[in-house]
Design a protein around this ligand. Structure first.
Ligand SMILES: *Cc1c(COP(=O)(O)O)cnc(C)c1O
Length: 440
């Protein structure tokens, strides 16, 4: 009999994980804050949201914040606020969650995809410049799977070409690049704070900026109750239109989420420090094994913050071609829990929405309806994104530093790698559609 659990042996993981993977951490303080909103019937008011915006902006080290009903809404408001308009192009990595870019279509703008760096999985600065055209307006810098994007190189491109930078911090709240907080490099940062993310508040998003014009334009799109003339709007182009949402959207967040945002913020730095310690301890235990390479920043001062959906690289060539699908199956059989799956997001440029769907009845595929060039032709050379699924897997996301449990997880991975040859017979290979369009 094999020792591998998948082939009938005993499991490497024997300890009960308890609340190791329970997130977010909810205490009496959170419950009382949320119940207070309910008992006051203040769910649709804005007092708590305004307080949360001020506290979050201060934590980010930025002057302004706009909370929205979702990260999707906050990112769309950020796109509008930096001036993305009809016919403009947004450069976005193909490997990200759809809400980093799809909202551009509803602004009559379009998306040009760039490839990712094979080691950080964030947008590859070397793959951006040849995609810039006369209508390129902005770059979406996604700190993907909690890893900081290469902001020095991205900011350099933006300066030389006069482009705006939006940072999508949905995966990396509190993370740092060379010592500086993510979300403070670009013109504006926007992010999801939904339940699955590191900074989890229910359903909510937020954007932060130091630019008053950006702040006002973000409010104008869907936070109409704050874009009402009473708060002095300075931007001349929108000033006469106060009172109604320019986008025709209602993006005010639910105050039970804002209340949770305030209580979660008080403990967030401490909680992610424990996650950081646990994940680094785990990855140190995998260091040097064939087939697996931790993904974590190498430069001084760069961090993974909350380690949202952190992944490792998988190198089948070091394991006699064993598929990541079979590898993950064997790891799970050992009793490993906490978010392990094969692949990552699916490369966005491969979805038919990007080639032929006419969403709004313009008589042309939406992606090119307002564009001044056929940006679909630029979907070449996105090979790292397209092939990533077979070369990566999600790591267990430890929320607590409990070495006795983490040691068992390290042992499980070591065991599967050491005995991987026993898994080769019966390896079904990877499915053609490896990866996910979305996780929730
Ligand atoms: C979750 C997510 C969003 C969207 O946020 P919602 O709050 O779900 O609307 C945007 N970008 C990225 C990278 C995300 O993971």
């Amino acid at each position: 009999m094999s020792e591998l659990a998948l082939l009938g042996g005993p499991k490497a993981v024997t300890l009960d994980p308890g609340d190791m993977f329970t997130w977010p951490i909810i205490t009496r303080e959170d419950e009382e804050a949320v119940l207070a909103v309910l008992n006051r019937r203040a769910m649709s008011d804005t007092d708590i949201t305004t307080a949360f915006e001020a506290e979050f902006a201060q934590w980010m080290g930025q002057k302004y914040a706009v909370a929205c009903s979702s990260g999707t809404a906050a990112l769309q408001a950020a796109m509008y606020a930096v001036g993305l308009r009809a016919g403009d192009e947004l450069i976005c990595p193909s490997m990200t969650y759809w809400a980093s870019c799809l909202q551009a279509f509803s602004l009559h703008a379009t998306v040009v995809f760039a490839d990712i760096d094979p080691e950080t999985l964030c947008i590859d600065p070397k793959d951006i410049e040849h995609r810039i055209g006369p209508r390129t307006k902005a770059i979406m810098a996604v700190h993907y799977l909690s890893h900081p994007a290469d902001m020095d190189a991205i900011m350099d491109i933006a300066r030389r070409h006069g482009l705006k930078i939006i940072e999508d911090v949905s995966h990396a709240q509190g993370g740092r690049y060379k010592g500086r907080k993510l979300g403070t490099f670009g013109d504006v940062a926007a992010m999801s704070l939904m339940t699955g993310k590191s900074f989890a508040t229910g359903e909510m998003g937020i954007l932060t900026t130091n630019d008053r014009q950006i702040w006002e334009h973000a409010l104008a799109l869907g936070r109409y109750e704050r874009f009402n003339g009473k708060n002095v709007v300075e931007s001349e182009d929108i000033k006469p239109y106060c009172g109604l949402p320019l986008g025709g959207y209602k993006y005010r967040p639910h105050q039970m989420s804002s209340a949770l945002g305030r209580t979660q913020l008080r403990h967030y730095d401490e909680r992610i420090a424990e996650i950081d310690r646990s994940m680094n301890y785990f990855l140190d235990g995998l260091e040097g094994l064939p087939g697996v390479r931790p993904i974590r920043p190498k430069e001084e001062g760069s961090t993974m913050a909350g380690w949202y959906c952190a992944h490792a690289l998988y190198l089948p060539e070091e394991l006699n071609g064993l598929s990541v699908t079979r590898f993950v199956e064997a790891v799970l059989a050992e009793g490993v829990r906490g978010g392990v799956f094969a692949g990552a997001n699916r490369a966005l440029h491969t979805h038919p929405l990007m080639t032929d769907m006419d969403i709004y009845g313009d008589g042309k595929p939406t992606r090119v309806a307002f564009a001044t060039r056929d940006v679909r032709e630029l979907d070449k050379g996105l090979d790292v994104s397209a092939g990533l699924g077979a070369r990566t897997f999600g790591l267990p996301w430890f929320k607590h530093f409990r070495p006795e449990i983490i040691d068992e997880y390290i042992a499980a991975f070591r065991k599967v790698i050491e005995k991987h040859e026993e898994l080769l017979p019966g390896d079904p290979g990877n499915p053609a559609d490896l990866g996910k369009w979305f996780a929730f």
